[in-house]
Each structure stands twice: as C-alpha cells, then as structure tokens.
Design a protein around this ligand. Structure first.
Ligand code: PLP
Length: 964
C-alpha cells in the first residue's frame, strides 16, 4: 500500500498558531483588503503611511513564539515560584471566598469582562444596574448620601478624598491630618499626592485629629492594629474649624459597627476587596468613595445615575462626572478615567448574593473567631494592644516577635509585623477552627493549647456596645431576592444579555483599542498561585511575581524603546501622573524645580491636562493645524515664551486624530532644546509596536495602557494597568513602594496601594507577548493599520474622513490605526448627527465608535487587528446602509423629525406597539439589513435622556415601583 508523505515536523511544529487566532484577517482577506485600499502589499501600505523618520532601527528582542499550551505551562511554572501561605496580614487585604456563581459568570465571563465603559447607555444597562447596586451597597453600609462607581484602590481613594476635602471644605489650612493607625500604604500614597499640591501631611494619634489646624483629617475605621474607636469626637473637632472628616472604613466591619456617616464623617473611602475579589498580590480590586450629598458635584470618578428613556421608562446612564476631564481639562476634579468596574461588579454581586443577613453572618463569624483568638492568646500569657476589635488583634510579642513570626512562616502562615515588639493578626471569612488552633500552636510553641470551647458557648463581642450598628442596610429587593444559586445565575445572565460586549460584535472605539482578550490569556489570573498571595507577604514568597515583573517589563522595554518601566500605576491616568512626577523630580534634582510649564496640544486626551494639574504643573495649550498635526509655529512661540520654565510637553503619538505627524522628531528636539522633557501618551501604541518606538524617536516618558494595546480586557471600565516607561536618566525616579519594603533615595513615592499595582492581571499581557513574539506583535500593528485603512477606504465615498495623510493612490488618504468620520456636514444638511448614527448602529447590532472625541460631531473608528474581514465588512455595510438612510432624510423621503435615525435605538416594545405612527415601517426600523433577521440584538431601552438624569440626580437602586 502507498502511504502519502506527511509534512516535515519543522513545519508542523511551527508555533505561530496563536498569531493566526489573534489576528482576524488571513492572507486571502488581506489581499482583498489591500486591493480596496489600492496598496500593493501590507509592507507597501506601512511604508506609505508610517513616516520613514520614526521607523525602528532594530527589531524587538523577544523570545520566540510559544503556543497557547506552551505559554500556559511556562507561566504555570513561574506562578509556582509564588508561595501561597495562609495570610493573617490584613492591612487592607483579606482572603475571601469568591462564590462560584460569581467567579464563573462574571470574573471569567467575557460577557462581563470584554464590555466597554458604559458611555453608550442603551447597550450598557446590565453593567450599569450592577454598578448602581455597587453604589447602593456603599451608601447603605457607610450611611453616606452618594457613592461613585469605584476608585482604583483604597490608598488613591484616600488621596482623592484629601483633594475633594480641600475643594469643598471651608478651611483655608494647607494641613492634612492623618491618624497614625491608617494603613501604611495609604499614608505613603497620600504623601506622594500631597507634596506637589503643597499640602502639609501631619501624622498623629487619632485622638489628636482636629486638635490643631487642618483642612481635613483621615482616620482608619477600624484602625490598622484593630481598634474600633468612635469617630464622633474627631468629627466634632474638625467641624469646629470648618474642616472635614474622612473615614477609611472596612465594609465588612460596617455590617456590625456604626456607619461613618452616623458619627459625623463627611467622606468615606475604602476597598471592597474582601467582597469576593482574590487578594491577587494587591489588585485589581474596587475601592469606593462616598460623601455627603452637598459634595456630589465634586466627587471624582464615574457615577451611574438613573434617568428615563425616550419612552419615559427608567434607564441608567453615567451622570455628571462623565468624561469630566474632557470638558474641564486641567480644572477637572481628578484624572481618574479607567477605574475598577469588573471588581466593583464582583463586589456588588457578592452583596447581592449574600444579602444583608448573609453579610452580617460572615462578619459575626469573623468577629467571633477574633474574640475567641483573643481569649486564647491571653490564656497563653500574651497581652493585646487593642481593647476593642472586629477582625484584627495587636499582640504584644516583645522579644519573641521575630521568633514567632518565623515559626508562623514555617507553619505556612504570615503574620504582620506591627512594630519591633508586636505582631498583628487579621482574620477573614475563610478562617476556620483548625486555623485558630494552628495560630495558637505557633504562639504556644509546644505549650498546651488553650481550651476553645468558647466556640460553642458563644463569646462576648470585642466591639464596644456604643459602636454596635443598629441601622438597617441593603433592604432594597435586589439584595434580598437572589440568594439561591439558580436565581443568582439567571439574574447575572439577564443583566449581561442586556449589554453589547466584544463577545457579540466588534466595538470600533477609537483610542480604546478593543481587541481580542484571548481565553488562554485570561485563564491564569484566577490560578491560586497568582490570586492567593498578599501584596505585603515577604519578598521571598513572591518570586513568581518578581519574575513576571522582570520579564514583562523587559519585553515592554523592547516594545517601547525605553530603559525602565514600573508596572505600579493602576490605569493610564496613573501612569501619566507617575511619569510627570518623575519629570518633576528630575528637574528638582538639577535645582530646576521652577520648571512647571507643561505644553499640551488642544487635541490631547482629557487625562493629560488633569494629570499635569495634579503634579502642580501649569498647563499651556498649543494649537493643532487643519490636518490634526501640532502647529509647529505656535509650539515654537510657546517654547520661546516659556523657555526658562518649560517642564514638559505631552503629546499623543500617533495623534488622537489618528495621524502620524511627520514632524514628531523636530517637536521632541525643539522642546528638549528649551530644557523640557517629552511625554508621549502611549494609548495609541497599537499603531506602533514593532514598527516605531517612542523611546527611540524622541519620547522621554510614556505610559502604556495594557488594557488597550496589551489585551487586558476593558472590564466595562477597568481594571487597567498603566505602566510608566522612561529613558535611562529618568529610571532612578520611577515610583518605589516603601511600605512594601522597597527603597530608593531618588524615586518618587508610591502611586498605588500595592507595589505591583493591579498585579493579578499582568499574566494577561505576559501571555500575549509570549505567544505573539516579536513578529506577531509587529504583524498585529500592521494589520491594525491595514484594517483602519480598509474601513477608511470602504467608507471614503460615503463619509468625509476627517484627518488623513492625503497619500496619493491610497483610497481614504491613508490613516494610522483609526479613522475619524466627520458627520458634521451631514448634520448641517439633514439634521442627522453623530449621536443619531451612533444610536442607529445599535439597531444594526453594533456598539458605536467613539463619539465626539477628539472632535465634536465626529465618530472615531479603530477596528484593531483582531476583527476579521467578515466583521469589518458587516460594520462597513451597516455604516453604508446608515448613509443611505441619511440620504432618504436629505431627499425628503423621511422628515428630519421622524426617521429611524433620530428615533434610534428601537426597542422591541416600541416596535410591537399596537399603533405605529412613524413615517417608516417597523421592518425598516428593526431589520434594515437582512442578516438581522437571523441574529438580532434587542436593545432594552430607548434613547436615554441625559439632561433629565442630571437634573433629577439619583444614584442608588430605584424603587421597584418605577418599573411597574
Ligand atoms: C485611554 C486613554 C488615556 C487614559 O487611560 P485610562 O486607563 O483610562 O486612565 C489617556 N490618554 C489616551 C490618549 C487614552 O486613549
């Protein structure tokens, strides 16, 4: 019998398989796309649109591509170098039991993790309901009037509370008081943030709060060493001088102890980590901020509010603060943009699933174990430093401190070194009887263990009677209905069904790079070796993370051309902040601290001016020309005018208009010649990786958005990672983390609560780089550019492409990785505007492109490399069909007031109404293209009324009667 020959193993073993999974178009698709554009090859297209002057001199030096299985195995081995010990460290991080129904159906579910920030309200009702639950949970537990939809971590939330207090308080003092039992990492971040703003941080015993002049005081409740003390005296003292009280409060404790608002606190902050999010070496977790009603217009971060839709039905949408940096720029209250939506959804659902009784039982169990442990320790002869406690005991260990801590580690436990002579232990919902016996055995050191029969007799609470909580919380039906797993599963499924995420269709958002978040990249984040470790565990237990950090930063240095990177910032905005602080510190190190002018082009993302303001720089806006490039004459004039005081320029490259400015090298050189440093906002790195490197073409500092370019999913608005990348002479100024045992004389302070920031999502970017390798990453960039040019070419006859390279022979003119469609001429002619097109796309089953950024009245499309030609065509077909609809308004077939565009999106309910009075048919409304008859996304609400929502601000769960 004749056997056919197999291909050589060298071919069959080829490990580039992941590239082909990540990149949507195949070779045949590419050829088709190139012929529409009019380019001979992908190479030729890239040569035509990317300026030769910025091209990389050498390729990226990365390990050869691994397959999914190989990369997972390699990462598993690396993860195995972390030691997962039972943690009693506390200090803001606790072990928690993530309910399986939440783990699988939210944290590991692309319907939740691939969603975008809910700017398009109609297709985001599910996640916004979850966020309103979050806000309600926080306001109920803290007793405050209003809460936002998450902060980055407890430490930055406390720092934001400090600036909120400075804005809204009556005191003219520049002093911020911090109690000495606030979490050390919080104090560290507060110090970093206070310095450039000129605030004086004074640390003292909590009892001293308000005794001397300050504009606000920050107290930990309960304190880091466990004390549960009333906030009332501090509140009275600070209020007497027109100052504010900020309480950093533990939400689980608040189920048992009096709410901060009930004791006079004005602002509450904290983390929601222990509500179901694994410690993950420090993040991601949602922090919260809540405040009195009168401060709501100054509250940083995003706020979800209840409004009504076009049919008068209740509907959620982002309220007030939405995109406030884009409107208020350097006067914005904060630079926070990407927050922690996915962890906030997890925390809110933990409260929904357990309900008020369930949470209380968990808290009582913790409090009871703590009281039993206190008895046990006392019977072994140890004195406690705290007379009151919820979950933490401060144990006077004297000369035995080091020995006990070492025995604990040997027995698989971490205790916290509270001082040279004391340890502190924090319990959590995972603590068992066996755990307590093991803890006591460490202290007993061979002596007989105390009798723990108190477990079954009941024990007196260590919470002072006057601080016992009596007020109700979480009484809304949403926290009382879904306690069986079946009900919970269906609730979660029902919410995600209301939303459009990447698991249903492309999300063509300019500037946000909504690309594939591959399953193989996501799997490691919940591995116990990554998820189960405490950020302040001894360094030798975190070797897996240390190596992950080392490898990922080395690869990102290759991708960016920079010399050093810190992964600590928790979002792009935080990377900007850290980068500008590094520039500031560098100027100061040269005795040029007076350099405070930061030039920012008018096209910049709103976080840029907001970040510059936070480091105490003064923003000077520079102009852009008609093509979207920086106006060089204007820049020259401003450089000369401010030469002596120039600190930096912040540019985005390719620009926010999606063009490669050919003069970027001159711009960088010009600023440098005046003594300034160049900050390149790296949000658009998806147009550059492998092709050009900002560290090479003139940048001194950049931040990356790993949640854009490097595949961390958007999570509905977070988590993010915003690494700050710098050239060699700025490396000494990268952020350090002293409370985690790192130090450096020159470094700026900590910018996040944890040394590795949102550490637990770093494996995603590691996997991406490991599987794509240098050629895959470069191919991704090239295909992203190809796809944007394909969309531009297909739509060029129907829409004005706002900025393009005007390259001859390239249909659409040549763009970078995104293109801007100008709807303004159509609006002038027909009344149909960009928002109508955005909302009409929903009827076609698409998420809208970026609306009115960076140019009002336009749509910015970034298709990314991950979308197949099939999907790109489906999108272009929808856009062309919409253009034909606009033509029907123009020619009078439909009126400007009544057409499927201005009435979009169409709910099933409105389409099924007994009476149909519109000048177009139900079919034209619902099924404008035939494929929708086979598969259709049904939008749950009609167009949401933003103005109504801001006038009637309501940010907690609406009463069920609203839905009747
Ligand atoms: C997304 C983005 C940012 C901010 O990043 P966050 O992670 O949301 O803070 C900054 N600049 C540009 C150009 C961006 O697109």
């Amino acid at each position: 019998m004749l056997m056919s020959a197999l291909q050589p193993l060298s071919v069959l073993e080829n490990a580039t398989e992941f590239q082909a999974r990540h990149i949507g178009p195949d070779a045949a698709d590419e050829a088709g796309m190139l012929s529409v554009i009019g380019a001979a090859s992908r190479r030729a297209l890239i040569e035509a649109v990317v300026p030769a002057s910025i091209k990389r001199s050498v390729g990226m030096d990365l390990p050869a591509a691994a397959t999914e299985a190989q990369a997972l195995a390699e990462l598993k081995a690396l993860a195995g170098k972390n030691k997962v010990l039972k943690s009693y460290i506390g200090q803001g991080y606790y072990d928690t039991l993530t309910p399986g129904v939440i783990l699988r159906n939210i944290l590991e579910n692309p319907a939740w993790y691939t969603a975008y920030t809910p700017y398009q309200a109609e297709i985001s009702q599910g996640r916004m309901e979850a966020l309103v639950n979050f806000q309600t949970m926080v306001t109920d537990l803290t007793g405050m009037a209003i809460a936002n939809a998450s902060m980055l971590d407890e430490a930055t939330a406390a720092a934001e509370a400090m600036t909120l207090a400075a804005r809204v308080g009556k005191s003219k003092s520049q002093t911020f008081f911090v109690a000495d039992d606030v979490l050390p990492q919080t104090l560290e971040v507060v110090r970093t943030r206070a310095e450039p703003l000129g605030f004086n941080v004074v640390v003292g015993p909590a009892a001293e709060a308000g005794k001397s002049e300050c504009f606000a005081a920050l107290l930990q409740y309960p304190g880091v060493n466990g004390d549960v003390r009333s906030l009332q005296a501090a509140a009275d003292a600070v209020h007497a001088q027109g100052a504010l009280l900020i309480a950093a409060a533990d939400l689980l404790a608040l189920t048992l102890i009096k709410a901060p608002a009930e004791q006079g606190a004005d602002i509450a902050v904290g983390t929601t980590q222990r509500f179901g999010m694994p410690m993950g070496n420090g993040g991601p977790h949602a922090a919260y901020m809540a405040c009195k009603d009168e401060y709501k217009r100054s509250l940083p971060g995003r706020l979800v509010g209840v409004s009504i839709d076009a049919h008068g039905k209740p509907a959620y949408r982002l309220a007030l603060q939405t995109r406030e940096q884009h409107i208020r720029r350097e006067k914005a209250t904060s630079n926070i943009c990407t927050a922690q939506v996915l962890p906030a959804v997890v925390a809110s659902m933990y409260a929904v699933y357990h309900g008020p009784q369930g949470l209380k039982r968990i808290a009582q169990r913790v409090a009871s174990f703590t009281a039993v442990l206190a008895e046990g320790l006392k019977s072994l002869g140890f004195a406690l430093g705290n007379a009151s406690a919820f979950d933490t005991l401060h144990v006077q260990t004297g000369a035995q401190t080091a020995a006990i801590q070492a025995r604990a580690v040997a027995a698989g436990m971490n205790f916290r070194r509270a001082s040279a002579e004391a340890l502190s232990l924090s319990l959590d919902e995972t603590t068992t009887r066996a755990d307590l016996a093991a803890v006591l055995a460490v202290f007993a050191d061979g002596k007989a263990l105390p009798d723990l029969s108190a477990f079954d007799k009941g024990i007196a609470s260590l919470i002072p009677a006057e601080l016992q909580r009596t007020s109700a919380y979480l009484s809304h039906p949403v926290f009382n209905r879904y306690h069986s797993e079946t009900e919970m599963l269906r609730y979660l499924r029902g919410l995600s069904d209301k939303d459009l995420a990447l698991d249903r269709s492309m999300i063509p958002l300019g500037s946000c790079t909504m690309k594939l978040n591959a399953t193989a990249e996501m799997i490691p984040i919940t591995w116990p070796e990554f998820a189960g470790v405490h950020p302040f565990a001894p360094h030798d237990q975190l070797q897996g993370y240390a190596q992950l950090n080392e490898q990922l930063t080395a690869w990102l240095c290759q991708a960016t051309g920079y010399a050093g990177i810190s992964l600590q910032p928790n979002a792009g905005s935080q990377g900007e902040y850290a980068g500008l602080l590094a520039i500031k510190a560098w100027h100061e190190s040269r005795n040029e601290g007076h350099r405070k002018i930061c030039l920012i082009p008018e096209s910049a993302h709103g976080t840029n001016p907001a970040s510059a303001q936070m480091v105490g720089m003064q923003v000077v806006v520079t102009k852009c020309d008609k093509e979207g490039n920086i106006d060089l004459a204007d820049l020259k004039a401003k450089c000369e005018q401010h030469s002596a005081n120039l600190a930096a320029i912040m540019i985005t490259y390719p620009s926010t208009y999606g063009v490669f400015d050919t003069q970027v090298k001159e711009i960088c050189a010009l600023v440098r010649s005046h003594g300034g440093r160049v900050y390149v906002d790296g949000a658009n790195m998806n147009a550059l990786v492998g092709v050009a490197a900002p560290g090479e073409f003139g940048g001194d500092v950049s931040h990356l958005n790993l949640h854009k370019t490097f595949c961390i999913p958007h999570g509905g608005g977070g988590p993010g990672v915003g690494p700050v990348c710098v050239v060699a002479d700025l490396v000494p100024f990268l952020p350090t983390h002293r409370s985690a045992g790192y130090d450096s004389k020159t470094a700026i302070g900590a910018v996040s609560a944890a040394p590795l920031g949102n550490a637990a999502v770093l494996p995603i970017s590691w996997m991406y780089c490991r599987m794509m390798a240098a050629e895959g990453l470069q191919a991704a960039t090239e295909v992203a550019i190809l796809s944007a040019n394909y969309v531009a070419a297909r739509l060029a006859d129907a829409y004005d492409i706002h900025f393009s390279g005007n390259i001859e022979g390239i249909k659409g003119g040549g763009v970078a990785h995104e293109c801007i469609l100008d709807i303004r001429p159509l609006k002038d002619a027909t009344g149909v505007g960009a928002e109508d097109v955005a909302k009409r796309l929903i009827d076609y089953g698409f998420h809208a492109p970026t609306l009115s950024f960076p140019v009002a009245g336009t749509l910015m499309v970034e298709p990314t490399e991950s979308e197949s030609k099939f999907e790109l065509d489906r999108f272009c077909d929808a856009m062309l069909a919409i253009r034909a609809e606009i033509a029907k308004v123009a020619d009078g077939s439909w009126t400007a007031e009544d057409n499927p565009l201005v009435n979009a999106p169409h709910t099933a309910e409105s389409l099924l109404a007994a009476e149909w009075t519109h000048g177009y048919s139900r079919e034209e409304a619902a099924y404008p293209v035939a494929s929708l008859r086979r598969q259709k996304y049904w939008v749950p609400v009609g167009r949401v009324d933003n103005v109504y929502g801001d006038r009637n601000l309501s940010c907690s769960c609406p009463p069920m009667s609203d839905y009747a």
